[in-house]
Design a protein around this ligand. Structure first.
Ligand SMILES: NC(=O)c1ccc[n+]([C@@H]2O[C@H](COP(=O)([O-])OP(=O)(O)OC[C@H]3O[C@@H](n4cnc5c(N)ncnc54)[C@H](OP(=O)(O)O)[C@@H]3O)[C@@H](O)[C@H]2O)c1
Length: 318
């Protein structure tokens, strides 16, 4: 069982190592989730955009009915997609997503990106992704404060226990805190040694906002999308490999350990059962201060997941 992070408002414990569901193959997703829970994962990181919430829910519900876990043992995260930021759509989508999972609450619900896109009726296309039917991006004029207020309503209605944000930088986080009735519990952001985000970590620690690091293994996740931006594979980087061999661990375990040892949560994804099991085993060793520094010094501010690469009007990290 992995260590956990206590979330500020509710005091709920969020496991520090969870299982990420982006690009988990739809046809095998139910079995993958079932086997992840059997292997000991107690956090599932989903999103409407991943297109596999129904299958993930099937895996979770099978694990519950087989007595492997109880619902309250598993921390389920999901995310609101960009096309549903308007007040009148937030509740409807949260209910739809809960329906797909076949559960009656999320432990954590995040605003996936601070980008509002034009509404797409789920009956027309779901998940809607980034583009309209003509392949163009259509922005919508929905202020973040409106979406946050609707997220707070989900808490009051008992549909979600904690709410948070994703892909948010300091300025936006500080602004949300000016008007929030419930402060964001979590900020989920891209974070690995090539993008170490030290200033954001410091700010979130000061504010009591937990950070979940995504794409902890660096460029690897983006290779299949043709989006690794020519970066050297972190899993084969000589500095990472040398630390891994000293600890008799894999390079993936070292990269995950580097984040966990900073007090961050991680949510590695794998379609391969052995790698999935390996990624959970990152708490039985400790990196030295020097090793932590060596890994942090690989920072080159390389951001792999940047919506500006799709359309310059979405340059949220500019
Ligand atoms: N909030 C957001 O905007 C956002 C954005 C991106 C991701 N996320 C979340 O974060 C999760 C993790 O990020 P990610 O999926 O981008 O990347 P990741 O977990 O860092 O890396 C996944 C990639 O690494 C491979 N891999 C996994 N374990 C490995 C190991 N032990 N050794 C070697 N290769 C390994 C996987 O391939 P195999 O599957 O073949 O093992 C896959 O190609 C996502 O699943 C999603 O839940 C959130």
């Amino acid at each position: 069982m992995s260590a956990s992070i206590v979330l500020k408002r509710t005091g709920q414990k969020m496991p520090q190592v969870g299982f990420g569901l982006w690009k988990v193959t739809k046809s095998t997703c139910a079995d993958t989730v079932y086997n992840a829970l059997k292997a000991g994962y107690r956090l599932l990181d989903g999103a409407g955009d991943y297109g596999n919430e129904k299958e993930a829910g099937e895996g979770l519900r099978r694990a519950i009915s087989d007595g492997i876990v109880k619902r309250e043992d598993v921390f389920v995260t999901s995310k609101l997609w960009n096309t549903f930021h308007a007040r009148e759509h937030v509740g409807a989508l949260a209910r739809k997503q809960l329906g797909l999972w076949g559960i009656d609450y999320f432990d954590l619900f995040l605003i996936h990106f601070p980008i509002a896109l034009q509404y797409v009726d789920p009956a027309h296309r779901y998940p809607p992704e980034w583009f309209g039917d003509d392949g163009k991006v259509y922005l919508a004029n929905v202020p973040f404060s409106e979406t946050w207020g609707a997220m707070e309503t989900l808490v009051d209605e008992g549909l979600v226990k904690n709410i948070g944000v994703s892909n948010c930088q300091g300025a936006l986080l500080l602004d949300v805190l000016r008007y929030a009735k419930y402060a964001p519990a979590v900020n989920q952001v891209e974070l690995h040694p090539y993008l170490s985000q030290e200033a954001l970590i410091k700010l979130c620690n000061t504010l009591g906002v937990a950070i979940t690091a995504y794409s902890s293994l660096g460029p690897q996740s983006y290779v299949e999308l043709g989006g690794s931006k020519g970066a050297e594979n972190l899993l084969q980087h000589s500095a990472v490999a040398s630390i891994a061999s000293k600890h008799s661990k894999s390079t993936a375990q070292v990269l995950l350990r580097w984040a966990v040892q900073q007090g961050l949560a991680v949510i590695p994804k794998s379609n391969n059962h052995d790698r999935l099991v390996q990624n959970l085993q990152v708490e039985q060793f400790t990196l030295t201060d020097d090793e932590m520094k060596q890994l942090s010094s690989l920072n080159v501010n390389l951001r792999l997941n940047d919506p500006a690469d799709i359309d310059p009007r979405m340059a949220i990290f500019a």
